[in-house]
Ligand binder design. Structure first.
Ligand SMILES: *Cc1c(COP(=O)(O)O)cnc(C)c1O
Length: 431
């Protein structure tokens, strides 16, 4: 597969953009080779600048649950754009999307829109600290909540991919307030809460971890977190930027029956345009300015194009059977991977939750980030490139989840599995 034009574009990009990319994992640092520059997307497919076609399992890293360029979403965005692209004033579209979010997630009684997941986590933490009068926060190794200073400690996603221990530029005193625990480890959470009595403002968690590969919560883990948070006066904050409208319409909190104090949303809620949100119980959210003293603001917050795309996306996701369909698709895919890996003599651990999935070149179980890091990177690289050259576009890192959309047809999945048959044989030869 030729990527001449992508190579040329990357050379130009590197002269004016750090690493040639506007978000690190896009640079293919951990898998090598040149990232395809994407030129077009339609349904489950994307095309690069050289005209190569791929079945896409990245979906812009999660938002595109309806697939690329969905005609109804495009219509909604065009209609909104025709009326003006931004006002910096209240609009009806914001009210409608906020009402829908509150309907979808009963734990969310008030919601504030922002422009990125990073901004949403930053704001939710500020609120948690203000509401509890406590400074420390507890997060899990390998969970990613955006590039907020204090949250880059032990973070997944690109931080994990690049092997950066936290990051320069974050003063030690900021990072000091972040307490870490392994995912799926309630005893470690309890230890931390006892070690810092009355100091931990919130337990922040991706309820299904999706930034260290896909690692589901073990039975009882999320319930245990809710109980511990309550017992120790900390808030439970679910980062559902990835899982919201992805593992169920009402997110992981619906799927697992948990009621967090605060919820962070992003990705799907903006329907492929920049929007994110944080919300929760009324008396907490009332502390946000202008109702309360906790300041948070944004010039483009509640942008009408993003609200329109989000509304139309959510409307389509309310059709009956959508989540069963997404999960069946993800399940067919990972079960196919498992079979092909077995035939190639490759040890593989997979997970599929709603429309997200993951696979580790590791015999399993993979319960946390330490397990995930033990997966075979050489095999992942060989598999990744074999798939890419066969026209399957997966995330270029073993520490990312994959996504299926409603646009993925059985034929797309079948083509992917045919490619996987060969790719696992290649992976078997890598060490
Ligand atoms: C993507 C993601 C974020 C960050 O969102 P951005 O819009 O990239 O800032 C935060 N939390 C989780 C769980 C994510 O998957």
């Amino acid at each position: 597969m030729k990527r001449t034009r992508s190579k040329q574009l990357m050379a130009r990009a590197r002269r004016v953009i750090p690493g040639g990319v506007n978000s690190p994992v896009r640079a293919y640092g951990s898998v090598g080779g040149t990232a395809p520059f994407l030129a077009k997307g339609k349904g489950a497919r994307v095309w690069d600048a050289d005209g190569n076609e791929y079945v896409d399992y990245v979906g812009s890293w999660g938002p595109l649950v309806l697939g690329h360029a969905h005609p109804a979403v495009l219509r909604a965005v065009r209609a909104a754009a025709a009326l003006g692209t931004s006002f910096g004033a209240p609009t009806e579209l914001e009210v409608r999307l906020a009402e829908e979010v509150c309907r979808a997630l009963p734990s969310v009684e008030r919601v504030r829109f922002v422009s990125s997941g990073t901004e949403a986590s930053m704001s939710a933490i500020r609120l948690a600290r203000a509401a509890t009068g406590r400074a420390r926060i507890l997060k899990f190794d390998g969970c990613y909540h955006g590039h907020v200073d204090a949250l880059l400690v032990g973070a997944g996603s690109g931080v994990a991919t690049l092997g950066i221990p936290g990051t320069p530029g974050v003063p030690a005193s900021f990072a000091e307030l972040t307490v870490q625990a392994p995912f799926n480890d309630l005893a470690a959470v309890e230890d931390a809460l006892r070690r810092w009595p009355g100091e931990i403002a919130c337990i922040l968690v991706e309820p299904v971890a999706g930034n260290m590969g896909c690692v589901p919560p073990e039975p009882g883990f999320l319930e245990g977190l809710a109980a511990l948070a309550q017992q120790h006066g900390a808030l439970l904050v679910f980062d559902e930027v990835m899982t919201g409208f992805r593992v169920a319409y009402g997110g992981a909190q619906e799927r697992y029956g948990i009621r967090p104090d605060l919820t962070i949303l992003g990705k799907i809620v903006g329907g492929g345009l920049p929007a994110a949100a944080y919300g929760g119980r009324r008396e907490l959210m009332e502390q946000i300015a202008p109702e309360g003293p906790v300041y948070q603001a944004g010039t483009l917050s509640g942008n009408p194009l993003a609200m329109a795309a989000g509304l139309e996306t959510l409307r389509r996701l309310r059709a009956p059977g959508v989540y069963a369909e997404l999960e069946a698709r993800a399940r067919t895919l990972v079960d196919g991977f498992t079979g092909a890996a077995e035939r190639a003599g490759v040890e593989l651990t997979t997970a599929a939750v709603g429309g997200m999935f993951g696979f580790f070149f590791h015999p399993g179980p993979v319960r946390n980030f330490d397990d995930a890091k033990k997966a075979n990177g050489e095999r992942f690289r060989a598999f990744f490139h074999a798939m890419l050259d066969a026209g399957v576009y997966l995330a270029p890192s073993a520490f990312e989840a994959g996504f299926v959309s409603l646009a993925h047809r059985p034929a797309d999945v079948a083509a992917t599995l045919a490619a996987a048959e060969k790719a696992f044989r290649k992976a078997a030869r890598a060490h």
